[in-house]
Design a protein around this ligand. Structure first.
Ligand code: 2AM
Ligand code: CA
Ligand code: CA
Length: 280
């Protein structure tokens, strides 16, 4: 039948193009010397490439879509307002996996999500070092390059491979809760818990069915926006750790291939408070 044309196709195409260009810049910088600074803690890193790539992405998109709004990690760190209104809004993480990038560990991605009326319309995640482009548009399936993605159908926690991230907080109370949550899942005999250093790529692996669940406290809307569409279009669930609907700005998430698995994980977790919401 005739191709379904969405109002946001032009934006999606622009996202794919700019994510590819950004990936080229990151790939080139990957083997060069980096200038590293710290942000909120000694493990919260940023390089000049994070800022350069963010600028490249936003200036290109702003040129094409001057009325749109932008939320991005480094602009927010520099004091820009992080506000998801009903206007068309791009939600951007220029480098997800900065600590990996700094160390030359190749799990590094560009994440570009797009929301209208606070509903996510599409997401593009570029795995820069492997030239894999994960992408999804609402209602039109999820893909890695040309391959259709399908999330896991697993419902048994004792057969699950679970992904999470450690984040950059290093205070004893947070670390204790973090390890205790992992311990609960291992005591439930999960097959494994993996930490790959990129929230966005972990969520894409979940969408691809390469893992059964993902959880994290402390991530930001730019870590989640693009990958959330990709997981949902792959048939998976993305929700709040309380079991309620996802709040993109609330800094907590459970995702899984099945509702049953997401609920089991959510029930096993103790909440970890992580400071302010993205949008107070
Ligand atoms: P970043 O690379 O964009 O900083 C590993 O720490 C993963 O968690 C990365 O995806 C990282 O994103 C993200 N992350 C960074 N700081 C975090 C925090 N305070 N809480 C949770 N996740 C964080
Ligand atoms: Ca990130
Ligand atoms: Ca980042």
């Amino acid at each position: 039948g005739p191709a379904v044309v969405s109002q946001w196709d032009e934006c999606f195409q622009a996202a794919v193009q700019v994510a590819q260009r950004a990936g080229q810049v990151i790939r080139k910088a990957f083997t060069e010397e980096k200038h590293v600074s710290t942000k909120t803690s000694a493990a919260d890193l940023v390089t000049e490439t994070d800022c350069l790539v963010e600028h490249l992405i936003i200036s290109e998109l702003r040129k094409q879509f001057p009325s749109h709004r932008f939320i991005s990690e480094e602009a927010t760190a520099a004091g820009a307002k992080c506000e998801l209104t009903s206007s068309p809004t791009w939600v951007i993480d220029p480098i997800d996996g900065t600590c990996n990038f700094v160390h030359g560990f190749p799990n590094v991605a560009v994440s570009i999500g797009f929301a209208v009326h606070q509903e996510l319309e599409f997401g593009v995640v570029h795995h820069c070092m492997e030239e894999r482009l994960y992408m999804a548009r609402r209602g039109r399936g999820a893909f890695c390059n040309t391959q259709r993605l399908c999330a896991s159908r697993e419902t048994d926690l004792s057969k699950a491979l679970i992904l999470t991230e450690i984040g950059s907080k290093r205070d004893p109370a947070t670390l204790k809760l973090l390890l205790s949550n992992m311990e609960q899942l291992l005591l439930a005999k999960a097959h494994g818990v993996r930490v790959i250093g990129s929230s966005t790529l972990a969520l894409c692996h979940l969408a691809a069915g390469a893992a059964d669940a993902y959880y994290q406290f402390g991530l930001h809307c730019w870590d989640l926006a693009a990958a959330t569409v990709i997981i949902r279009e792959a048939g998976g669930i993305v929700m709040d750790t309380t079991g309620g609907p996802l709040n993109l700005m609330a800094r907590r998430v459970v995702a899984a291939g099945t509702q049953k698995m997401a609920t089991l994980i959510a029930q096993a977790l103790q909440p970890i408070s992580c400071g302010q919401d993205d949008q107070a």
